[in-house]
Write a protein that binds this ligand. Structure first.
Ligand code: FKS
Ligand code: ZN
Length: 343
């Protein structure tokens, strides 16, 4: 299986993250990519290629122009305002306030376009986000052109990014951009299966009223886990999209047998939909030793579900989302990909 990777993803190096009431070294860090690369090379999974630039058109096909402009200029505007530290949201158009006017001050703009406070923007964030979506697009094109699976080593991740919101370490929704690109190439049905520990609220929002993208997500119950305010089972889609959004919220402590039951249900639904492309939002933060998540998957379970996914027999692109047990992230990612290939 081919991997797509770009060194530009490492341009995102924020100084800190708000976690547990203190500023800590960011969980979503460059070492994640380094360690996955090391394991990919050692396991001889296949060639590692760099993507070419697709520009911003595929981004603007799913994200608002104003949002993209904001991300492009945020760092410079923050610097020009003479603010210390990194652009970090700290105020929101919360309930009881108005959300229909975009503030002019960068501090207000950040809150308008953010979904949470843990994600700071740094000098290289926009460039890294662009590299990340190029990786997703190149991996998707490879799958469609060669009828062979591919892995996009995306960073930053994407599934929390909504049409006009960043947060949860995400800026451009790589999976959504890839799905829309596939549809724009002439496909009529794409399925996105999100196996990251966290609910893919951004992907859900982007396709919520559409039936050309089936979105399914297995994740920590939002009553117990980030992003808290989306991801319940009764969110099933609206309008034409009614029935094309499927959430499997699972409780804290969920182990592999229980997780796998939900996976089998999701796979059944995908099979019925008969998509021409499957995009897997691959987060390995379901791992038992992940520092910020609460499921109990063991390393071997990743190989097992990789094998199961292959049974769908679909053109498949894997795009990296989360996973923060940095020492084990490479092993767990490679297990999924190997499992898929060996099936
Ligand atoms: C606030 C807790 C904030 C943020 C967790 C973000 C998870 C990101 C991810 C992604 F795939 F996008 F990277 N925790 N008190 O793993 O879903
Ligand atoms: Zn996650």
């Amino acid at each position: 299986m081919l991997t797509f990777h770009s060194p530009d993803t490492q341009l995102r190096q924020p100084a800190s993250e708000l976690h547990g009431g203190e500023m800590v070294s960011p969980f979503e860090c460059p070492a994640r990519v380094e360690i996955i690369l090391r394991h990919l090379r050692a396991s001889a999974l296949g060639e590692i290629r760099a993507p070419h630039s697709y520009g911003l058109d595929p981004v603007l096909a799913v994200h608002d122009r104003g949002y993209v402009d904001f991300l492009a200029g945020c760092w410079d505007t923050w610097q020009s305002a003479g603010l210390p530290g990194e652009p970090t949201p700290s105020v929101w158009p919360s309930r009881r306030m108005r959300g229909d006017r975009i503030p002019e001050h960068i501090d207000g703009k950040l809150g308008y376009y953010a979904l949470a406070a843990e994600t700071a923007i740094c000098a290289g964030t926009f460039a890294a986000a662009q590299a990340s979506k190029d990786i997703a697009l190149a991996a998707t094109d490879h799958v469609l052109d060669n009828a062979a699976p591919a892995f996009g080593l995306c960073r930053p991740p994407g599934h929390h990014a909504a049409s006009d919101q960043f947060g949860g370490y995400c800026f451009f929704n790589n999976a959504a951009i890839a799905a829309q690109h596939a549809l724009d190439r002439g496909l009529s049905r794409v399925a996105i299966l999100d196996v990251d520990y966290h609910h893919g609220n951004g992907t859900q929002q982007i396709f919520y009223d559409r039936d050309d993208v089936l979105f399914l997500s297995l994740h920590g119950d939002p009553l117990e886990a980030f992003p808290y305010f989306l991801g319940h089972a009764d969110e099933t889609g609206s309008g034409r999209g009614a029935g094309y959004n499927v959430n499997y919220p699972l409780p804290t402590g969920t182990d592999y047998p229980r997780w796998c039951q939900a996976l089998e249900q999701a796979m059944q639904r995908i099979g019925d939909y008969r998509p021409e492309l499957l995009i897997v939002s691959l987060g390995v933060d379901t791992y038992e030793h992940d520092p910020i998540s609460a499921f109990k998957l063991a390393s071997d379970d990743f190989g097992d579900y990789g094998r199961r996914l292959a049974q769908l027999g679909l053109p498949t692109v894997f795009l990296l989302e989360g996973g923060y047990a940095v020492e084990e992230i490479g092993r767990n990612v490679v297990k999924v990909l190997h499992g898929f290939e060996s099936a």
